[in-house]
Design a protein around this ligand. Structure first.
Ligand code: GDP
Ligand code: IMO
Ligand code: MG
Length: 428
């Protein structure tokens, strides 16, 4: 398999992990490069369900090397919980799972700060509460604490104590929230965290460069989705990292020419968790049906996901922002039972037709989706193993989505959550 980046093309939860699992079979090294434990990545394989927040989803495949890159904000306690879960499922991780010494730590006070900042701001973002924004803020402010700082316990405690005092002042003083936290108790816990984490800490960029020289096949696992990107997304209702494909290079330490393919995961309809504009949102019974049939509840927070029709204006933009070379279309089965299915072809903003996703948030807030309505296929897809097996109306729907989005070739069509419910169309 050529070196490949996988990204979400909407607001996250497109089914990235399922596609990562499918591609992992022909990869050697799987890399997370941005985000943190805000991600919830689900893989269902051989009757077992795995939900990953930090560990790359490729880990369930034996012998694959998995890296957490420098661009990730790293909650060591959450990572160790996932490692323990894997061990109880008899999945060995030793010697093939590593975290970058340059990744910034998400510490318990970042989660307090996340909650305090949410209650302080006008217009809540609806974050996952995992401390992601505050950890990235500290990184950019150059006051962050990195995984590599744990190598030297005295250095770590000095940095921790300084940060702890600053956070207390910020959370109680500016945000006016309680700060019930005990520095000594956290440090005590982190002594154990440090001991357990030490074998995983590595110069992951060096490992990647060695893997490239050895012609290993690299797979980059994006988190969140294009419209949660801190620059290109629906700011300020976004996450705090760049989620587009370009972040795979900075977030892992490789050059752009190492990449051969960028696969965009496209859900057959649209969902969003948290606040912010959503032009094709359905607040009626159809939206409710998509949520219940699609199991649209957050894998990290359990919150119900907002649901709506497929928005081609967004996905066209995602093709541009990520340089997509393939689509992986997921959750087409969720539409099986609908009489009619709408596709948003363009927006109307202030009475004008708009085909291109506007960069200004105020315009997106005012965008009215313009739909074309198609007949549903009203059939189960269970027996379909080849693209041509799909009902003609399902193929017509998929081809219409492709036509509206620059005719990007399909890698796969996913017809259910299980590993086996995958129709291969044009392999890489
Ligand atoms: P990610 O964050 O992009 O990896 O996606 P999540 O794991 O958060 O959410 C996707 C959900 O849809 C998970 O529960 C998957 O098991 C499930 N899923 C993935 N692909 C399909 C599909 O083709 N059909 C159905 N019905 N479910 C799917
Ligand atoms: P995966 O990788 C869906 C959303 C949150 C909130 C906003 C900011 O599973 O697709 P944050 O905690 O990052 O500061 O929250 O981003 N969000 C996600 N939505 N899927 C995700 O990840 C998300 N990660 C963050 O709901 O609206
Ligand atoms: Mg998810």
């Amino acid at each position: 398999m050529p070196n490949t980046i996988v990204v979400g093309t909407q607001w996250g939860d497109e089914g990235k992990a399922k596609v990562i699992d499918y591609l992992t079979r022909s990869a050697d090294v799987i890399v997370r490069f941005q985000g943190g434990a805000n991600a919830g990545h689900t893989v269902i394989a051989e009757g077992k369900k795995f939900v990953f927040h930090l560990v790359p989803s490729g880990i369930i495949n034996p012998d694959k090397v998995c890296l957490v890159g420098n661009g990730v904000v790293f909650d060591a306690q959450q990572f160790l919980r996932e490692v323990n879960e894997l061990r109880t499922m008899d999945i060995a991780v030793d010697g093939r799972l590593f975290v970058s010494d340059l990744a910034h730590l998400v510490l318990p006070f970042h989660r307090l700060e996340d909650a305090a900042a949410e209650s302080y701001r006008d217009g809540q973002i609806g974050t996952t509460g995992r401390g992601i924004g505050p950890a990235y803020q500290d990184k950019v402010a150059r006051t962050g604490i990195r995984v590599g700082d744990l190598l030297d316990w005295d250095l770590f405690t000095a940095k921790f104590n300084r940060a702890f005092s600053a956070k207390r002042a910020l959370i109680t003083g500016l945000y006016g929230s309680p700060f019930d936290s005990d520095a000594a108790a956290i440090l005590d816990e982190y002594r154990g965290v440090r001991a357990a984490l030490l074998p995983f800490i590595a110069d992951t960029a060096e490992r990647l460069s060695g893997a490239l020289r050895a012609k290993k096949r690299l797979l980059f696992e994006g988190a969140q989705g294009t419209f949660l990107d801190v620059d290109h997304g629906t700011y300020p209702y976004v996450t705090s990292s760049n989620t587009v494909s370009g972040a795979a290079c900075t977030g892992s330490g490789i050059g752009p020419l190492a990449i051969d393919h960028v696969v965009g995961i496209v859900k057959a309809y649209t969902t969003r968790v948290g606040n912010g504009p959503f032009p094709t949102e359905l607040t009626d019974a159809v939206g409710e049906k998509l949520r219940s049939v699609g199991g649209e509840f957050g894998a990290t927070t359990g919150r119900p996901r907002r649901c709506g029709w497929f928005d081609s204006v967004m996905v066209r933009k995602a093709v541009q922002l990520n340089g997509l070379t393939r689509f992986a279309l997921t959750k087409i089965d969720v539409l099986n039972d609908l009489d009619t299915i709408d596709i948003c072809t363009h927006y109307e903003i202030d009475g004008k037709k708009v085909d291109q996703y506007p960069s200004q948030g105020s315009l997106i807030e005012r965008a009215k989706p313009v739909y074309e309505t198609r007949e549903g296929w009203k059939a189960d897809l269970a027996g379909c193993t080849k693209y041509a097996d799909l009902p003609a109306k399902a193929i017509a729907y998929i081809e219409r989505l492709r036509t509206l989005c620059y005719d990007i070739p399909l890698l796969i069509v996913s017809t259910g959550p299980d590993r086996r419910q995958t129709i291969e169309v044009e392999p890489l």
